[in-house]
Design a protein around this ligand. Structure first.
Ligand code: EPZ
Length: 418
């Protein structure tokens, strides 16, 4: 099993290029199933989850080709199966995002229930209810979601709670439904906007993506097109936190500053100086120790749950006490026990963690439990005295492209051992 070893103490400086967003490219790859012609996706990050999604599309029969820049062209004309198997779906929850497209395009789909994951049970009831609003007949049998619909009909649907994935599944299905759909209490994440822009490039008629009310005028068919994936705001935030923790000065390039306002505001509150200029964000900590910052996660545009673990790592060595509330997932503090192995002072009570900043963490062997927890352990290793070894880093490779090369390029002392 591969591990990452970090020698703490380096101050990060320099430039780092941001990759396309994992949480945009996954639904966008699924959306290509809706088209009648090939769709080219560019600025695709080299991630394990992308490879898993490509494998799923291939299993459904779609033609896949990639170029030297890892742009991916999906040709859905050869799709011959509408079944997403448990073997594949159990490895990546986002596979459930083929449900809406397959149902809307072929009138039926069978997708394995994704099962839970480390950070929570993560049901898909909101996906199912949304598709039922569009007229789908859905049963859950033997661990599979079985959906049928002669032709989906546009409808008004109110999501009981804000759900990124459910919004994406229903938005994709509504694109080919007959008539107008209004999706209320929709998720407003930038990845939803990016998915909508890709669908519009394929001929969909969508207004309001990025607000909590999305209007879709269904069309008969969607044609091919090309779309560049939006830069990854969570990768961007992760590197900015790394610079803030080490007192350094970095610039993230090929980023989208307007997609991470809440994170930028919190970094300023922690004492960082930030300058956003086009697709570049520069953070300068001037060698200072970060101040502790309180964090409450909530749907976009509020503070993203995917940045909670990284900010906890920063609060572990910050000046002061921070209160952190995780309101989205029921079990997203798995990194706490591992951070405490490095000497962090954290008290968890339900959805709240109280973090008392310490002067110095000490390197130790730790274990990654989920994607963003892995990132927080690497960040902590950057400032811990001595060596920190992070095990089970397959979690990390799901969502960060070449993280050790990118951090190494900023001066971190980090290596992967086989
Ligand atoms: C997406 O997950 C992201 N994943 C997650 O990123 C992100 O943390 C999450 O949105 C919230 O922003 C992808 O986009 C691939 P939700 P998703 O549906 O769609 C509950 C990462 O680290 N819920 O918005 O699964 C759910 O349990 C990953 O990159 C239901 O109850 O999240 C959670 O408590 C982690 N029923 C809340 O809603 C449903 O049918 C929000 O989940 C669906 C969700």
């Amino acid at each position: 099993m591969q591990k990452i070893v970090v020698e703490g103490g380096a101050t990060l400086n320099g430039e780092v290029r941001i990759s396309g967003a994992k949480n945009a490219v996954l639904p966008i790859l699924c959306a290509t199933l809706l088209a009648d012609e090939p769709v080219e996706i560019t600025n695709v990050p080299r991630l394990h989850d992308v490879a898993t999604t490509v494998k799923l599309l291939s299993e459904l029969g779609a033609g896949i080709s990639t170029d030297e820049h890892y742009s991916i062209t999906v040709d859905p004309r050869s799709v011959h199966s509408q079944v997403a198997s448990y073997e594949l779906v159990k490895t990546m929850r986002a596979s459930v995002l083929v449900l809406g497209p397959l149902l809307a395009k072929y009138g039926h789909a069978e997708v394995s229930l994704p099962g839970g994951c480390a950070i929570g049970s993560r049901p898909v009831d909101l996906h199912i209810k949304g598709l039922q609003s569009l007229g789908a007949d859905i049963t859950v049998e033997n661990g599979y979601i079985k959906a049928r619909a002669k032709r989906l009909k546009g409808a008004r649907h109110v999501f009981e709670i804000v759900s990124v994935g459910a919004t994406e599944n229903v938005l994709m299905a509504a694109a080919l439904a007959e008539g107008r759909s209004v999706l209320e209490n929709a998720a407003m994440e930038p990845e939803i906007v990016d998915l909508a822009e890709c669908l519009i490039a394929m001929g969909a008629q969508i207004e309001g993506a990025g607000t909590n009310r999305i209007i879709v005028h269904g069309v008969e068919r969607l044609h091919g097109g090309t779309h560049a994936v939006v830069p990854d705001r969570i990768e961007t935030g992760t590197f900015l936190v790394a610079a803030a923790m080490t007192g350094g000065r970095i610039t993230t390039t090929h980023a989208r500053p307007d997609t991470l306002d809440a994170v930028v505001d919190k970094l300023k509150e922690a004492g960082a100086e930030l300058d956003c200029d086009g697709d570049r964000i520069t953070l300068d900590m001037h060698g200072r120790r970060p101040r502790a910052v309180n964090v409450t996660t909530a749907p976009h545009p509020a503070f993203p749950t995917d940045m909670q673990a990284q900010f906890m790592a920063m609060n572990c060595i910050a000046d002061g006490v921070a209160v952190m509330n995780e309101t989205i997932f029921e079990n997203r503090f798995m990194h706490v026990n591992e951070l405490m192995r490095l000497g962090a002072d954290i008290r968890v009570d339900g959805h709240t963690a109280v973090v008392r900043g310490v002067q110095q963490l000490g390197g130790a062997p730790v274990m990654a439990t989920d994607l963003r927890a892995s990132a927080s352990l690497i960040l902590a290793g950057l400032v811990a005295q001595g060596e920190t070894t992070i095990d089970r880093i397959y979690h990390l490779d799901r969502g960060y492209e070449n993280i050790e090369a990118k951090l190494g390029g900023l001066g971190a002392n980090i290596r992967r051992i086989r």
